[in-house]
Write a protein that binds this ligand. Structure first.
Ligand code: AKB
Length: 313
């Protein structure tokens, strides 16, 4: 039986991942951790502990105490917050990852799975169908830490034989837990405003195009990658995507169900971040090596988001 530690368990992806891991491994085998107070979805599906990933001693003690053999390391400072506080993003994203990898190495953890991001790509990477392997010259601190993190995973694999895997998430759309401090957050904000009957001022321009994915697909992707036989994985880090959408595409899709929804556009510093990222990425290597395939298109995603947000209100 796997004993799984999840960091960043109260975040947008972590909070939903915990529920799925609990269904697979049993609540008592999921040790969830964060620096925030745990929401009900996390408390009811795991054993929750306060943990700052910077605290390597507490991290190590939790791993030993609970006989953890698998780590999903989800804690991170996202792109927009990272630009407001680059040093914090550096500390949490890179020192936090090194702490996880060191504890994993010393405690002989079987597997570490941790997300990377489309933010590893910079303005010089191809904008369309950005390949799995291409120039990584990010222009945000978040992107710098994710690109360096990918290299750290490679180092720990080659130097110590640690099984550590990663996937480059696009913007994730979900209704359970709001994203915190990312550049792609505008899309989730739009759904929330629309369901609340409020207009929305979007912080990127109408034609800003980025890769996106619905949460159920994001969870499926990380669980499928975690479950894939190591021998099938030709890469350690995989592009994954589902949709390539502009801000305006979200508005039009929402208006099909909520025609009164209005959005205007006032780009701020996040426009420059969005402009440095790909429009869509090539995930054929993930499809080849571990059968990656998303299930949600824009219509299905919008219907599900609106339904879930209405229920929650
Ligand atoms: C962000 O906008 O910072 C994140 C990401 C694309 O990794 N959602």
């Amino acid at each position: 039986m796997n004993r799984i530690l999840v960091t960043g368990a109260c975040g947008q992806i972590g909070s939903e991942l915990v529920g799925h891991l609990s269904a697979m491994a049993g609540k008592r085998n999921v040790i969830s951790t964060d620096i925030q107070t745990a929401p009900e979805i996390v408390k009811s599906n795991s054993q929750f502990h306060y943990l700052n990933v910077m605290d390597v001693h507490k991290l190590s003690a939790l791993v030993v105490e609970h006989e953890v053999d698998t780590i999903f390391h989800m804690a991170a400072i996202l792109s927009a917050n990272g630009e407001k506080n680059p040093k914090l993003a550096y500390d949490v994203n890179l020192q936090g990852l090194v702490n996880i990898l060191e504890v994993a190495r010393l405690q002989k953890i079987k597997k570490v799975v941790t997300p990377s991001s489309i933010a590893v790509f910079g303005p010089d990477a191809p904008k369309e169908n950005t390949p799995n392997s291409t120039a990584l010259n990010p222009t945000t601190m978040y992107g710098v830490t994710k690109a360096a993190g990918e290299k750290l995973l490679q180092y720990y694999r080659h130097k110590f034989g640690l099984d550590c895997r990663s996937l480059r998430y696009p913007g994730i759309i979900s209704s359970e837990t709001a994203p915190g401090g990312g550049t792609t957050d505008f899309a989730v904000d739009m759904y929330i405003h629309a369901v609340d009957g409020r207009p929305y001022t979007c912080f990127v321009s109408e034609n800003t195009r980025l890769p996106f994915m619905y949460m159920d697909d994001a969870i499926k992707a990380i669980l499928d990658l975690a479950a894939a036989p190591l021998d099938n994985l030709e890469s350690q880090v995989y592009n994954v995507t589902a949709l390539s959408l502009t801000a305006g595409d979200f508005v039009r899709s929402i208006q099909q169900s909520l025609p009164e929804f209005r959005c205007d556009y006032q780009p701020d510093f996040r426009q420059q971040i969005a402009d440095s990222w790909p429009h869509n990425i090539d995930d054929s290597e993930a499809r080849r090596d571990w059968d990656w395939q998303p299930a949600y298109d824009l219509d299905r995603m919008s219907e599900t988001m609106i339904q879930n947000l209405r229920k929650a209100r």
